[in-house]
Design a protein around this ligand. Sequence first.
Ligand code: TYD
Length: 219
Amino acid sequence: MTAGGRAGRQPGRFITIEGGEGAGKSTQIALLVARLEAGGKTVRRTREPGGSPGAEAIRNLVVTGAGDRWDGVTEALLMFAARRDHLRATVWPALERGEWVVSDRFADSSMAYQGYARGIGPGKIAELYAWTLGDFRPDLTLILDLPVEIGLARARARAGDEQRFEGLDLDFHRRLSAGFHAIAAAEPDRCRLVDGSGDIDGTAALIWAAVAERFDLGR
Ligand code: TYD
């Protein structure tokens, strides 16, 4: 078994959706999944942190409680522990079956949140990635991008218990946004920055254009 625990290329497709707080990922993922299914694909929708029983248990630890409950290193380790379980239990088996897996967040969130915003540094996150996941990568990563102030206002308008990250300060969210931009610039073949500041249909059209182009699907 390789470090990533996954041998060779699997027949399915792995799409990840990333972005800061209030970027509208949930709505856009629902629309993307519906459109892929309408095109005859078998789609598995999943999320991080979480997506498998073990990873959901870890999620409960990381998304609740005070903003300073975990330091950045512990947070990064918990995220990659959850991620490896998610891949082994959910994502890799689905890809083996030839399914299209769409994940609400993946490792770029660790790079942006822990690596850039929390200050662990991109090098450490890359090391953790290589050790826990090997050379496994998404086929396409869509990064929903919008001005920090708009995203935070949208996120605050939302109720819920999982407010640990939304509570962090404006500078944190600026570093986060800069981190996502750096990721997109570093891996332009895998990543597409998508303007998420417009309305729902407009953003959905941009997302579908990127997916259709990447996988050569009819529009
Ligand atoms: P999520 O519930 O998906 O929040 P959102 O609705 O904003 O997408 O994710 C919970 C939080 O976990 C979110 O603020 C981002 C954060 N996170 C990290 O810090 N590192 C990671 O690796 C992942 C996957 C998420």
